[in-house]
Design a protein around this ligand. Sequence first.
Ligand code: GUN
Length: 291
Amino acid sequence: MSEIIDGNATAKAIHEELKAELAQLKFDRPPCVAFIRVGEDPASVSYVKKKGRVAGEIGIESRLHVLPESTSQDELNALIDTLNADDNVDAVLIQAPLPKQLNERDTFNRVRADKDVDGFSNANLGFLCQEDQRAFVACTPAGIMELLDRAKVETKGKRAVVIGRSLIVGKPMALLLMKKGADATVTVCHSRSENMKEICAQADILIAAVGRPNTVSADMVKDGAVVIDVGINRVPSTETKSGYRLVGDVDFKNVEPKCSKITPVPGGVGPMTVAMLMKNTLKAYKGHMKA
Ligand code: GUN
């Protein structure tokens, strides 16, 4: 039997901490995060709604800008520039994925570094690489580090394997795990990796960020490993009203008995991404109000 790491409870505790911290701050306006959603991708609609709801619960104002699927890069840039220049907006988040006519890299780079609470811009990734405290760190990997810390998982000297090399999770995750203080020995696997099963089976901490159900099977997991499942995959289901259910990248049923700790899907990493977004927004706010 393994310990199931409860992301919902941990995220809730962080929301309470942030709410208490915000209540102590006596600035003359509340923090404000602006969300940009382009198109109607159902997962993006649901994520942005959740982010807005949690912001409200903490006392963070949020603004939602919904642009049509056909939005051009110039139109999106113009909105980003307006929000960058608005002194009442602390944080700007553009929900990914974007429609294919839009360039995600250029879009993320256009957000002012001190409002880039997603941490996807070249400036913030550079700060992270340099271990500079000014970095806004991408919310999902930051949330995983927080979960590991609060679940008392030792990373120092441990072998961590990250499956996936995305800008949003895999790359910043690897940087955080190898950072001074975390001190893990990090391997990143991806779709072209050879001997993936053998590499994963050496991991003390295995982090799956692939976006495909059942990518991690029991034979890829060392006895006693800590397994973090980042996948949020919608699979058809006749048992739910929505017609789908959420599963991770890990074959939970068969992997869970082998590991010491594991995150569930839903209720593991997902809520932590939102909690870290709130934390980053508060950091941006404090930076702006003290400036
Ligand atoms: N899409 C999936 N995860 C994220 C995230 O953390 N931020 C944004 N902006 N889009 C995402």
